[in-house]
Write a protein that binds this ligand. Structure first.
Ligand code: SF4
Length: 448
């Protein structure tokens, strides 16, 4: 069995190295000062890799300046260029930063052309010492793969293996692979299938884990912790990103907490557990509410995803600045946290399911504020899947199995999707949530 390690600037991942924590800027990369400021905050918070969106050549130029200035300040954190669709941009970025993240399948509609473009990128990466992340998401597998294998975890594995086999054929191994989904069951299954297949073939590439479009708040943290920890506990995963529709700096302590548990640097705050007839009662003594939320999701995410248990009762306490010790036993908060974890692991849908991207340099509106407003006004639509996506370029593809989607077009306009189809385009931002709710209401009357 050969375990590959990827060298990304000053860090090495894979082959038993500690799990690296990463995040992504949500600034416009061409806004150099704003991006630099965010990179500095991420560095201070402990980010070990920082990704930036690179939609065009203007951003490639900005990347150069950002990297030079960070290095001049003594910030050596490797930078990752996030490139979609254009192999030209990926090639240009590969000459500047330590890693490029691509989905080679979307380089070209013709698979043979995409393969040629990928081979060219690999040559540049080899020459420059740049790593590649092949990032395939559940929502953007492309027609060729979904026609062959359906839109399934197996399709994700098959798509990944095609490109990994191509890396091996090109004798290029500075590669990391990811297979993200917002559905935690799909995400865990896809990574398990991929890992088993890599082992079967005797060549195990480093794996980047993440639950994509996880949303924000407790729900975003629990989805990410449940999916990521289920895999880390099985030895799958070498670098992680917790994607939150919040200030990206908030992602880092959550990811660090999860990584440290599986690198043996931290223990769960759970103090007792009883199991009876597939019902768990867990008692925690946590130093903060966030610690409790993450530990709870790490401890029970896998058990719920794998259907080892059916119910949980949460007890214990956590410390809260200003409030002192908050006791959970029998409270609404304890019941709510159990419901949230059941929903994060798709065992129970007690409210709508939200899919929201974290936003990036392609986002042209206040995503965080809009997402919170959409959540507030749709909270009664139990079981419905509603997506709020930052951009029209990747949003519609990435929102996977949403019933409805709110997708930013730029220029203060929004597209509203029903499933995969746009039903309203160019709606002014100020009216878009009203229009979305009207459409949902009209649709529910039709169904009745
Ligand atoms: S969907 Fe969101 S995170 Fe993805 S590219 Fe668009 S704005 Fe960025």
């Amino acid at each position: 069995m050969k375990y590959i390690e990827a060298k990304i600037g000053n860090i090495v991942i894979g082959k038993g190295h500690p799990v690296a924590v990463q995040t992504m800027c949500n600034t416009h990369t061409a806004d150099i000062e704003a991006t630099l400021n965010q990179c500095r905050r991420m560095y201070r918070a402990g980010a070990e890799l920082i990704r930036l969106t690179v939609p065009g050549m203007k951003e490639v130029e900005a990347l150069k300046t950002i990297r030079e200035r960070l290095r001049a300040e003594g910030i050596g954190t490797p930078l990752v260029a996030d490139v979609h669709f254009s192999s030209e941009i990926a090639v240009a970025a590969a000459e500047i930063v330590e890693k490029v993240r691509i989905n080679p399948g979307n380089f070209h509609r013709d698979h043979e052309q995409a393969k040629l473009q990928f081979a060219r990128l690999v040559e540049v990466c080899r020459r420059c010492g740049t790593a590649v992340r092949i990032g395939l998401n559940h929502g953007s597998l492309g027609e060729r793969i979904t026609t062959l294998y359906g839109n399934t975890p197996n399709a994700m594995k098959e798509a990944a293996m095609e490109w990994l086999d191509m890396c091996a054929a090109n004798d290029f191994y500075n590669v990391v692979i990811s297979l993200k989904a917002s559905n935690t069951i799909v995400m865990v299954e896809a990574y398990r299938l991929l890992y088993a297949e890599m082992k079967r073939k005797g060549l195990v590439f480093p794996v980047h884990l993440g639950v994509t479009e996880a949303g924000n708040g407790d729900a975003g943290r629990m989805k990410s912790a449940a999916g990521i920890s289920a895999l880390l506990s099985e030895g799958i995963g070498d670098t992680i990103r917790v994607s939150l529709t919040e200030d990206p700096v908030n992602e880092i302590p959550v990811a660090r907490h999860i990584a440290d548990r599986y690198d043996g640097k931290r223990h769960s705050s759970m103090v007792s557990l009883s199991l009876e007839d597939r019902n768990a009662t867990a008692t925690y003594r946590a130093l903060s509410r966030e610690d409790l939320v993450i530990d709870f999701a790490c401890d029970f995410g896998k058990r719920l995803l794998d259907r080892d248990i059916d119910n949980i009762v949460l007890k214990g306490e956590y410390s809260c600045p200003g409030k002192g010790t908050v006791v959970l036993d029998g409270t609404d908060e304890a019941a709510y946290l159990c419901d949230e974890l059941m929903q994060a692991t798709r065992r129970k849908f007690y409210r709508p399911e939200y899919i929201a991207c974290p936003g990036c340099g392609r986002t042209m509106y206040n995503l965080e504020e809009t997402f919170n407003e959409v959540k507030r006004r749709t909270s009664h639509l139990k079981g419905m899947v509603i997506a709020v996506m930052g951009c029209i370029v990747n949003g519609p593809g990435e929102m996977a199995d949403a019933d409805w989607g709110y997708v930013g077009e730029g220029d203060h306009k929004v597209s509203i999707y029903k499933g995969k189809n746009p039903v309203l385009r160019h709606v002014p931002e100020t009216e878009a949530i009203d229009r979305l709710l009207e459409l949902i209401e009209a649709d529910s009357h039709q169904v009745i």
